[in-house]
Design a protein around this ligand. Structure first.
Ligand code: NAD
Length: 396
C-alpha cells in the first residue's frame, strides 16, 4: 500500500516500513562511524528494544561492539491493509542488518511485565547465549498488569500537591498556549509508581539472576530524566518523578544483589528527546523545541543514538561512568550545561506563537517526530506501494 502519515494528537497512527528501515540504517551508520567500542558488551538483553532509547541501545551494542542481542517489545504487526507500529518495522530492519553483519538477533513481541515473557526470554538466553553481560531496561508504558495479582495499573502525568499552569506547545498547529493540569488525586501516585517505577525492573533482574543467566561482571541499566526547573512540577516533582525515584531505590538494591557476581546496576539520566513516550508529556514538546534550537546552534545536539553510543563507549565500557552525588550516570550533561539552560530559560519566558520559529526549532521537532514513524527520509519514495505486512525474521 501507499503509506502517508496520519497524525492524531501526539501519535502517528501509520508508519512506513522503508522509512523505519532508513532510520535504523542511519543509526547504524552513526555507531559504525565512531569505530569499535573497546571492551564493549558481547551478549545483550534489551527490554523495550523497538523504539526510542531502547532501539538505539540495541543498535549501539550490536554495531559498536558486535554484540548478540535479544530484544523485547510490545508492537503491532502489519497486514496488507494496515501498517504495523513503527517499532515492528524498526525491528524488521534491525534484524536484517544484524543478520548481514553476522550478528545474532532474536526478538520477543509481548508484554514484558508478564511472567510468561520473562520465562520465554530466559529460556532463549539459556538456549542460545548461555548468559548476558548487559541488560538494558527501557520500557515506557501507560499501563501495567501486575503479574501476581492481575491488577491493572495506569500511569498519569500530573503534578503533586498543586495545580500547575505553564506554557505548552500545540504540536499540531504550532500555537503556544497555556495549559493547566490538576494535581494527582486518589492513588494516582502509587499507580504511576507501579507502572514506571522499579518493581518490574527488579522482577526481571531477580528472575535473570535466579536462572543463572547473568554473566560475571554484568551491567544493568535503566533510564531516567531530570530536566530543568521549568518542567519539574510535571516531571521531576510530579507523579512520573516519584516513579523515577522508585527506580533509583531499586537501582541501589540491585547494585547490592549484583555485587555477588561483580556486577553493577545503574540509572542513566538521558537527554530530553522526541520519542513516542516524550511527545505525550504536556509542556515537554515546547521545552524540547527550545532545547533543540539552543543545542543545534551550540553544535552539541544529540539524538538517541548519539546518547546511547556515548553511554556505552564513554561511560559504561570506558571505566568512566562519572556518577553524580546520587550515583546516577549523567548523559544529560550537555543538555543541563549552564550555557544551554540559560538560553533555554530566557527563551522560555519570551516564547509565544509569533516568535516560536525564531526562538525554537519547531520544524526540527516536527521532523524528528515524523522520523519516529519512518517519514521524511531522503531516498525513500513515499509515492510508491510498499509491503506493510513484512515480518520480523526471528518471529516468523
Ligand atoms: P519509547 O516509547 O520510544 O519506547 C518504549 C519501548 O517500550 C518500546 O520498545 C515499546 O515497545 C516498549 N514497551 C512498552 N510497553 C511494553 C510492554 N508492556 N511490554 C514490552 N515492551 C513494551 O520510549 P523512550 O522515550 O525511549 O523511553 C524509554 C525510557 O527512557 C523510559 O524509561 C523513559 O522515561 C526514559 N527517558 C526518556 C527520555 C525522552 O526524552 N524520551 C529522556 C530520558 C529518559
Amino acid at each position: 500500500m501507499i503509506v502517508s502519515p496520519k497524525i492524531r494528537g501526539f501519535i502517528c497512527t501509520t508508519s512506513h516500513p522503508d522509512g523505519c528501515a532508513k532510520h535504523v540504517e542511519e543509526q547504524i551508520a552513526v555507531v559504525k562511524g565512531r569505530g569499535t567500542i573497546e571492551g564493549g558488551p558481547k551478549k545483550v538483553l534489551v527490554i523495550g528494544s523497538s523504539t526510542g532509547y531502547g532501539l538505539s541501545s540495541r543498535i549501539a551494542a550490536a554495531f559498536g561492539s558486535d554484540a548478540a542481542s535479544i530484544g523485547v517489545f510490545f508492537e503491532r504487526p502489519g497486514t496488507e491493509a494496515k501498517t504495523a507500529t513503527a517499532g515492528w518495522y524498526n525491528t524488521v530492519a534491525f534484524e536484517k542488518e544484524a543478520k548481514s553483519a553476522g550478528l545474532y538477533a532474536r526478538s520477543f513481541n509481548g508484554d514484558a511485565f508478564s511472567d510468561e515473557v520473562k520465562h520465554e526470554v530466559i529460556a532463549a538466553i539459556k538456549e542460545d547465549l548461555g548468559q548476558v553481560d548487559l541488560v538494558i531496561y527501557s520500557l515506557a508504558s501507560p499501563r501495567r498488569t501486575d503479574p501476581k495479582s492481575g491488577n491493572v495499573f495506569k500511569s498519569v502525568l500530573k503534578p503533586i500537591g498543586e495545580v500547575y499552569t505553564n506554557k505548552t506547545l500545540n504540536t499540531g498547529n504550532g500555537a503556544v498556549d497555556e495549559i493547566t493540569i490538576q494535581p494527582a488525586e486518589g492513588d494516582d501516585i502509587d499507580q504511576t509508581v507501579s507502572v514506571m517505577g522499579g518493581e518490574d525492573w527488579e522482577m526481571w533482574m531477580d528472575a535473570l539472576m535466579e536462572a543463572g543467566v547473568l554473566a560475571e561482571g554484568v551491567q544493568a541499566v535503566s533510564y531516567s530524566y531530570i530536566g530543568p526547573e521549568v518542567t519539574w512540577p510535571i516531571y521531576k516533582n510530579g507523579t512520573i518523578g516519584r516513579a523515577k525515584e522508585d527506580l533509583e531505590t531499586v537501582q541501589r538494591s540491585l547494585d547490592q544483589k549484583l555485587a555477588s557476581i561483580s556486577g553493577k546496576a545503574w540509572v542513566s539520566v538521558n537527554k530530553a528527546l522526541v520519542t513516542q513516550a516524550s511527545s505525550a508529556i504536556p509542556v515537554v514538546p515546547l521545552y524540547i523545541s527550545l532545547l533543540y534550537k539552543a543545542m543545534k546552534d551550540a553544535g552539541s545536539h544529540e539524538d538517541t543514538i548519539h546518547q546511547m553510543d556515548r553511554l556505552l563507549r564513554e561511560r559504561l565500557y570506558n571505566n568512566q561512568p562519572l556518577p553524580d552525588e546520587a550515583g546516577r550516570i549523567r548523559i544529560d550533561d550537555w543538555e543541563m550545561s549552564p550555557e544551554i539552560q540559560s538560553i533555554v530559560g530566557k527563551r522560555w519566558d519570551e516564547v509565544d506563537t509569533e516568535n516560536l520559529n525564531e526562538l525554537a526549532d519547531f520544524a526540527g521537532y516536527q521532523a524528528a517526530f515524523l522520523k519516529l514513524f519512518g517519514f521524511g527520509f531522503d531516498g525513500v519514495d513515499y509515492r510508491v506501494e510498499t509491503d506493510t505486512s513484512v515480518g520480523v525474521p526471528s518471529l516468523s
